[in-house]
Design a protein around this ligand. Structure first.
Ligand code: NAP
Length: 353
């Protein structure tokens, strides 16, 4: 059975540890904070005092659940521990919100051959172990990123010559789909970072802008007294740790900056139309193709207890089966790049819908 070492017991690492322990997976975790370690011990977890001690327990998978700015340092610590344990062969996984820069840090630490990237597409505006809860990471969508290496993915795909190890990829997909009851889109780092910019990083920026607009307005206190659902929903993530958001946005600058320019251009055009009494329907009608495709995930919590608007019923996507032979990771990337997700890992087959 997979045993998992979790470095960083904050919102995500703590939630992962709780969910895996509840699923019966052996977990050992650590965090620099005495308070977090004490609280996790009190919650019944096996806790190591530091990264070296955690690695000394030789878990078969090591998950870096630290802030993006700490990934490089922690990857170096794991690498040093590996030098001291010649027989230990762990898979190294991270949960970072941006994938390209983490892979660079992992490669620089000499861990590329054992690395599989992962990003749980769930979160809250809170931080730390006290904010963690197991349902946050149960039954959710993950992105699992691979380095396709020199595969048949086609022309134009950058390769490093260090393709992701299929056995390690299968192990991560099994943990997500079985023990965590989730689904996984297998993508390249670039595909993840481009998509995550649109559905996570830019929304964080815009939430900050909404809150910042009010913070600087002369009518601030009156406005806050009137704020209801639209302001609450639009600003929720702006109440989180600003350094965490800043790290996510700056590390994905290559995809976030162009998307922000497009948004700024559209808003500028709308403002011009309002000033000149020109038509504005083009702006408000543009989301029409997506109005019946609201995100389904609630992370175990319905925001504010408000009932969700029901989605239009659509037929479930057909099942796809990919034998775990040949260059099957590339096959998964191809299928997931057009919307499929892995829902089950059988012994010799990946099942997607
Ligand atoms: P968090 O609640 O702030 O937790 C991070 C934890 O890592 C803290 O307990 C922190 O300890 C610890 N840490 C910091 N530096 C460390 C180091 N050098 N060695 C070991 N542990 C260290 O943050 P989070 O939200 O869980 O984020 C963790 C990762 O998940 C990030 O990479 C983020 O991009 C990703 N992620 C976050 C979300 C989200 O919604 N929050 C969603 C998906 C993915 P101290 O508090 O003592 O510094």
């Amino acid at each position: 059975m997979t045993s998992v070492g979790i470095i960083g017991l904050g919102l995500i690492g703590g939630s992962l540890a709780r969910a895996l322990v509840a699923a019966g997976v052996p977990v050992i975790a650590t965090d620099p904070s005495d308070d977090a370690r004490t609280a996790a011990r009190a919650a019944g977890m096996q806790i190591a005092d530091d990264v070296a001690t955690l690695c000394g327990n030789h878990p078969s998978m090591v998950v870096l659940a630290v802030p993006l700015r700490a990934m490089r340092v922690v990857a170096g610590e794991v690498s040093a521990a590996l030098d001291d344990a010649p027989g230990w062969d762990p898979t190294v996984v991270d949960v970072g919100s941006v994938k390209g820069p983490v892979r660079d840090a992992i490669r620089d630490a000499g861990l590329a051959g054992r690395y599989v990237g992962a990003h749980p597409m769930a979160g809250t505006e809170h931080s730390g172990f006290d904010a963690s809860f197991p349902d946050l990471l149960r039954g959710i969508r993950w992105v699992v990123t691979v380095d396709p290496g020199a595969t048949r993915l086609g022309d134009g795909v950058p390769t490093s010559g260090k393709a992701t190890d299929p056995d390690r990829l299968a192990g991560v997909l099994r943990l997500i789909t079985a023990e965590l009851g989730g689904t996984a889109a297998v993508l390249t780092d670039d595909a993840h970072d481009e998509a995550a910019a649109l559905v996570s990083h830019v929304p964080h920026v815009l939430a900050g802008e909404l809150l910042g607009l009010v913070a600087g307005a002369p009518v601030r206190d009156v406005a806050l007294g009137l704020a209801a659902g639209s302001f609450r929903d639009g600003t929720r993530v702006a109440y989180g740790d600003p350094r965490r958001t800043e790290a996510m946005v700056t590390q994905n600058a290559a995809w976030v900056a162009p998307a922000l320019r497009l948004a700024a251009r559209d808003l500028e055009m709308l403002a011009d139309a309002l000033d000149s009494n020109a038509p504005t329907g083009w702006f408000f009608d543009r989301p029409e193709p997506l109005r019946d495709r609201r995100p389904r995930q609630t992370n175990g919590r319905t925001p504010g207890g408000v009932p969700e608007i029901p989605l239009r019923e659509t037929a479930p996507p057909p099942e796809q089966r990919v034998p775990l032979e040949g260059d099957w990771p590339a096959e998964l990337v191809e299928r997931c790049s057009v919307g499929a997700v892995v829902v089950l890992m059988e012994r010799e087959t990946a099942v997607l819908t």
